[in-house]
Design a protein around this ligand. Structure first.
Ligand code: GUN
Length: 288
């Protein structure tokens, strides 16, 4: 029996459709939601992600400003641009695409963005709210998208054993907090590169969420029958049968034969991240 696919693309389009209505209403009140995206350097994947964000803004009527900066841009220059954007009342959301070049400290960048414009939800103020179980701040987009996807499929997480693989500040850590919060009530295990017996932990899990960026890391044999599988990974590899590039996740595709629900790659978590970014931008525009 194959898994039901958790279709992030179609759910994200539904979210975009309702945002479009809200954006139109805001425009009638003289507010045009506006997202500013800063991209430093020439990481090709980042350029694709930023273009996808820009296109999603267009679809929903959100104004977007893209600032592409050369790799040699100094940290101070980026901080100054953020300061100007912070002061600009026409800009509601600011995002600096990660990864930045090594000489730019991402944590410094994150702390410089006003918490009310931090549509990534990475500022300590927003993360602090999350720790307190207060969901009124701006919530990190990929974790929020995953929660929406699970909720939309009516997957009950109460008391379930959920294993999160990866402890990044973008996905693994905030997602683990959200899963364990009151009202969701999952029993969360956070695993990472130094975890022992990760396959055994996976085998005992009702839900596995992989966010470590290693293609095919989680094997089909690690998956318990009827578990729920969420694949956050998206890596570009050469398909040896066609000699062409393809996008693959952190979980072996054959896991679909054992799972009850599984996210596709692409078309699962990725579009949901963008839908949540747009949601945060509209929220920031309303709150400003
Ligand atoms: N790079 C990969 N995912 C993200 C994200 O959600 N936000 C930012 N700023 N950079 C990323």
């Amino acid at each position: 029996m194959g898994a039901v696919l958790l279709d992030g693309k179609s759910l994200s389009r539904e979210i975009e459709d309702s945002l479009k209505i809200k954006v139109n209403e805001l425009k009638k009140d003289g507010i045009e939601p506006h997202l500013a995206v800063i991209l430093v350097g020439d990481d090709s994947a980042s350029h694709v992600y930023v273009r996808n964000k820009e296109n999603a803004c267009k679809r929903t009527g959100i104004k977007s400003t893209k600032m592409i900066l050369p790799v040699a841009t100094s940290e101070e220059e980026v901080l100054q641009i953020i300061d100007e954007m912070n002061k600009n009342n026409d800009i509601h959301g600011i995002l600096v695409q990660s990864p930045t070049p090594k000489h730019i400290n991402e944590l410094k960048i994150t702390e410089r963005i006003y918490p009310t414009k931090d549509v990534d939800g990475f500022h300590p103020w927003n993360l602090g709210k999350l720790v307190q179980g207060d969901m009124r701040g701006l919530i990190p987009c990929t974790p929020a998208g995953i929660m929406k996807l699970l909720n939309n499929a009516k997957i009950n997480l109460v008391g379930k054993k959920v294993t999160v693989i990866g402890r990044s500040r973008i996905v693994g850590m905030p997602l683990s907090l959200m899963l364990a919060q009151k009202g969701i009530d999952a029993t969360v295990t956070i695993t990472h590169s130094r975890s022992k017996d990760i396959e055994k932990i996976c085998m005992a899990s009702d839900v596995i969420i992989a966010a470590l960026g290693i293609p095919g890391f989680v094997k089909k044999e690690w998956i318990k029958d009827s578990s729920v599988i969420v694949d956050v990974g998206i890596s570009r590899v050469i398909d040896t049968s066609t000699d062409r590039h393809k996008l693959v996740g952190d979980i072996e595709p054959s896991a679909i034969e054992k799972a009850s629900y599984m996210t596709p790659v692409p078309g699962g978590v990725g579009p949901m991240t963008i839908a949540m970014l747009l949601t945060n931008t509209v929220k920031a525009a309303i709150n400003n």
